[in-house]
Design a protein around this ligand. Sequence first.
Ligand code: CP3
Length: 342
Amino acid sequence: MINNDLFLKALNGETVERPPVWMMRQAGRYLPDFMKLKDKYDFFTRCRTPELATEITVMPIRQIGPDAAILFSDILVVPQAMNIEVEMKPGLGPWLPNPIRTGADVEKVIVPNIEETLGYVLDAVKMTKKELNNEVPLIGFAGSPWTILCYAVQGQGSKNFDIAKKFCFTNPVAAHALLQKITDTTIAYLKAKVAAGVDAIQIFDSWGGMLSPTDYPIFSFNYIQQIVDALKDEIPVIVFGKGCWFALNDMARSGASALGVDWTCSPRNARYLSGGEITLQGNFDPARLYSPPAEIKKMVHQMIDEFGKDRYIVNLGHGILPDIPVENAKAFIEAVKEYRPR
Ligand code: CP3
């Protein structure tokens, strides 16, 4: 049993005294102790060393006190395991020296054995669970197949992922073959994470909003649905699609336990579009954490009033920005703990 079970209760739709809170990308990025580790070890070394991944995962729990931990890792460890080379370049972000551009490239992509290729993530889950000692639940995650395809084909971050979209629309057979391989790998990977001990799963469809409402079901949501189908009877699943307000209705009927919402959709509209029953998570503008703590607190209380305290998980609308002062991140968490229904 987990001592602080607010997050699991909210995922389960139960009534709570206050909503739970965590922040996307809370592990790493803005904490000074993380910066020190970052100077010493390169990115994938931090991911592949369970002791470091554990230390970074637990850091925000000790320092700012959210109600759930998210494992320190990256969505791009999955394509790495599939024989797609991924580097992390300081200042640039993900860099893939040999992006996928043809059907022949897709054929070289493998659906790997998870224990052999991603055993280090499973070790990090087990070590983190021990270290957390049932204080708070641990979230495991994966990118959506579409979001992984975006990096695998584009070869790096992008404002519009034009090369990835061109690949899908000019070579849909190869694109779907790749999406299916990523889906099969992701399902096996997430099942292994569940077996290793995570308490919930979040699927990050960070670039879902690059697709039109017509293409979204075809190139993204169909594959997310397969993942939800495979996991929903074992563990609560959160689906976060950035820019995907138009898909909230389909997502609400997917069997997911909760849906992430970004800050461009009002709480009222998100409730309306998702049918008013399912737990929602979000959606504070990450840039609003630059405001003074008193203003952050006021805005967080207003956001909770708008979503309602039940069937709601307080979060940002996307990842925390790297230069947010720690006291502002703390104010965000504290505001939720101080919340009293009006
Ligand atoms: O809370 C956490 O931070 C947990 C760990 C986590 C990381 N990446 C660590 C990381 C999680 C949940 C992710 C998910 C992730 N990775 C996503 C989906 C979430 C989102 O923000 O949309 C995406 C798109 C990626 C791909 C990725 N990894 C990018 C674009 C970058 C570079 C820019 C950046 O900082 O986001 C990374 C590198 C990365 N992943 C860092 C961290 C802490 C920074 C690099 C470093 O620490 O050296």
